[in-house]
Design a binder for this molecule. Structure first.
Ligand code: UD1
Ligand code: MG
Length: 475
């Protein structure tokens, strides 16, 4: 039999289909760029694929808004063997794979094809799938799953001996075919040299007038190639996103998976329904996550942290142990031990907070370092600043870091032990030396020397009995 002549070699390349518009999303943005907790659907798929050891190279098929999708691929995978291939116009999933024809002309291994819209797929599942494909000696294996509600998926049609014959799309299916609960997961592994001629033979002879990738099953069976269906256990993994409703469902599944993992590792999630944590976030044991936390992107939170209630962590946040963050917004920040943030603090854009620091209510910090034991407890803006150790920032202090005329951002340096009185404006660039004090309500435009006091407010005057005199006069 032909099938036995074409044993696949061990090299695998992947083809990830991401050229479709995703009409059912009703969105200007290409479907695969919609994101779940800080990562696009496409990235979630690519990340699962590139972790499969045997895969040496990846092609991402781009088409609708190819500029945007290619930009993401170039930015996120600069050195990871991920290459984009243009499909223009988009004539269907079969045509999309065909676009790799030239690239794979001399390729002797297997190809793994999958869709960019299945973000719940795990690396382990792909590995099991590939292993099964190899062990069975099949020329073509397609992943299938049993769905209670198979609506919109391609249906797996088997013969009397239960062998797979073909896949029929929902729109082309007869009522009895529609009743089939076994669906096409949209993931295929096949020997390229054996199967690739199919892409020259399939026709758009169907209700949608598209070149269906699914037609390679029927083609392979008719050629007498060993063609297998690999039935997936956890059908959630191949949940394909085609609409906003499905996007939100996938996001909930993904975050619940993460919450379960964290709870198994000793993190307390007070209310899992009201908590979102991205799969890329790590949290140390003994930590408490209160309700209404939304933690997206990549974060490394230490042990015994208390986060929330009501906290938004946007990514690139690193905390040591014993950190408390209450009702705050935090991104791109490194926080040392025993730090307290909030309520209502906003830490953003390159902030570093050292041990025992307190950043309190209505304090915004941007591109700044705050050294050990310093405090900014209320109503302040600290931008482009360096605060030394044991500094106290009085309520309402502002670092005026932006020169609106030159459009420059300027630095404020506050050295160890300096104390800034309430409602002061430090007009940058400016330097407050060690141990210096700034009187409340001062506008500091020049550097303040060590251990000195700088005050700019007008002297206080007392008008003795002013009120009494005023009242008597009016009477
Ligand atoms: C496809 C399968 C269906 C399967 C389902 C699994 C076909 C014909 N149907 O249907 O059997 O059950 O996936 O989720 O393959 N794409 C391109 N170029 C195109 C068209 C699509 O790259 O010309 C990409 C899309 O961006 C998407 C993927 O291919 O990532 C699948 O396309 P989609 O339109 O979502 O196919 P389904 O209708 O879901
Ligand atoms: Mg789909």
């Amino acid at each position: 039999m032909l099938g036995e002549l074409k044993m696949p070699t061990s090299e695998i390349r992947s083809i990830i289909l991401a050229a479709g518009k995703g009409t059912r999303m009703k969105s200007e943005m290409p479907k695969v760029l919609h994101s779940i907790m800080g990562k696009s659907l496409l990235e979630r798929v690519v990340n699962s694929v590139i972790k499969v050891e045997d895969i040496s190279h990846n092609y991402v098929i781009v088409g609708h808004r190819a500029d945007l999708v290619s930009e993401l691929v170039e930015k996120k995978y600069p050195a990871k063997n991920v290459e984009t291939v243009l499909q223009e116009p988009q004539l269907g999933t079969g045509d999309a794979v065909f676009k790799c024809w030239d690239k794979l002309k001399d390729f002797k291994g297997s190809v793994l094809v999958l869709c960019g819209d299945t973000p719940l797929l795990r690396t382990e599942t792909l590995e099991k799938f590939i292993n099964s494909h190899r062990a069975s000696g099949a020329v073509l294996t397609v992943m299938t799953a049993i769905m209670a509600n198979p609506l919109n998926y391609g249906r797996i049609i088997r013969d009397d001996n239960d062998a797979i014959m073909k896949i029929v799309e929902e729109k082309d299916a007869t009522p009895s075919q529609k009743a089939v609960k076994e669906i096409n997961a949209g993931i295929y592994c096949f020997d390229w040299q054996a199967i690739s001629p199919a892409f020259k033979e399939i026709t758009p002879d169907n209700v949608q007038g598209e070149f269906y990738l699914t037609d390679i099953i029927d083609w392979s069976v008719r050629k007498g190639f060993k063609t297998n269906a690999y039935v997936l256990e956890d059908n959630q993994e191949v949940f394909g996103i085609n609409s906003q409703k499905q996007l939100s469902r996938a996001a909930i599944i993904l975050k619940n998976r993460k919450l379960e993992e964290l709870m198994n590792d000793g993190v307390t999630i007070v209310d899992p329904m009201m908590t979102w944590i991205s799969p890329e976030t790590e949290i140390g044991s003994q930590s408490m996550i209160y309700p209404n936390c939304y933690i997206e992107g990549e974060n490394f939170l230490g042990e015994n942290n208390t986060i929330g209630p009501n906290t938004f962590i946007k990514g690139n946040v690193e905390t040591a142990d014993n950190v408390k963050i209450v009702a705050s917004v935090v991104s791109d920040t490194i926080i040392a031990e025993n730090v307290k943030i909030g309520p209502f603090a906003h830490l953003r854009d390159g902030v570093e907070i050292k041990e025992n620091v307190r950043v309190g209510n209505f304090v915004e910090v941007k591109k700044s370092v705050i050294e050990d034991n310093s405090k900014a407890a209320h109503l302040s803006y600290i931008g482009d600043a360096h605060l030394g150790k044991d500094v106290n920032i009085g309520a309402g202090t502002i670092t005026a870091n932006y020169n609106a005329l030159t459009k420059e951002k300027c630095k404020t340096i506050i050295c160890d032990n300096a104390k800034i009185g309430s409602n002061s404006v430090l007009v940058a660039p400016v330097r407050i030396e060690k141990g210096a004090n700034v009187g409340a309500l001062s506008v500091i435009t020049n550097d303040v020397p060590e251990n000195s006091l700088a005050v700019t407010r007008s002297p206080m005057k007392i008008f003795q009995d002013w009120v009494t005199k005023k009242l008597n006069k009016d009477n």
